[in-house]
Ligand binder design. Sequence first.
Ligand SMILES: C[S@@+](CC[C@H](N)C(=O)[O-])C[C@H]1O[C@@H](n2cnc3c(N)ncnc32)[C@H](O)[C@@H]1O
Length: 259
Amino acid sequence: MNEWSSGEIYESYVGRWSRLVAAEFLSWLDQPEGLRWLDVGCGTGALSSTILRTAAPAEVVGVDPSAGFVEYARGTIDDDRARFEVRSAADLGDESFDVVVSGLVLNFIPDRQDALRRMHAIGGTVAVYVWDYSDGMELMKYFWDAAAEIKPEDSDQDEGLRFPFCTPAGLEALFTEAGFADVTTRSIVVPTVFESFDAYWKPFLGGQGVAPAYLRSLAESDQDAIRDLLRERLRTASDGSISLTARAYAVRGRAAAAE
Ligand SMILES: C[S@@+](CC[C@H](N)C(=O)[O-])C[C@H]1O[C@@H](n2cnc3c(N)ncnc32)[C@H](O)[C@@H]1O
């Protein structure tokens, strides 16, 4: 099983939180009804399903290189306006859309400028969101801080260090360089509440996503040491629950086609 293959496990790790961000993100985009939307790196369909539910689109096309995620999206989204294809951002270019969006994907695309230029060529409004890996995505930040203490030699694996452009200024620079006009950014903070420590920890054991895949690569004793440190650190309420927040940064721009 690779980093992005099992839709169900991904949903429990991050998909469910992306759905919360997607709702705020679409309300910020505030697009009229009846448009054609493209969701790049649609994964399990977190953003696509929210577009279908809240934006009254004419059509939503979701593309993602993970066959397992596309299968999950097809199996859970029953809507004649939607279709899902196994394709990566590098394969875009043969259709045009009113709105091109992408949730939690840009940092995973090796050639980000190429991807943004493709989106620019086929879209009117283009907008994406990514996690604030270095600070406000708390469930991951706690994990990487604990991992760095147990395995300091792996500290370069920390997504906060690997994705330094996931800031408002970094996203604005990427969009401006790709040729977008009227570039604006905003932050979106959503609650991530776990009923217990086990509810927080279990999704990390599924191997889906960067931190879970890293955890899986470790010896069992190191995995246990990270878990125990996190159990000690995370603030637990009297009912056993753990209340964190997750911050995403969103950026939008206008492509030439929209002028
Ligand atoms: C964190 S998930 C986000 C999925 C979904 N958009 C969401 O908000 O839940 C990252 C996704 O990026 C996809 N991905 C990775 N490389 C990609 C590429 N080059 N082009 C398009 N999608 C890519 C993965 O398959 C995975 O579905």
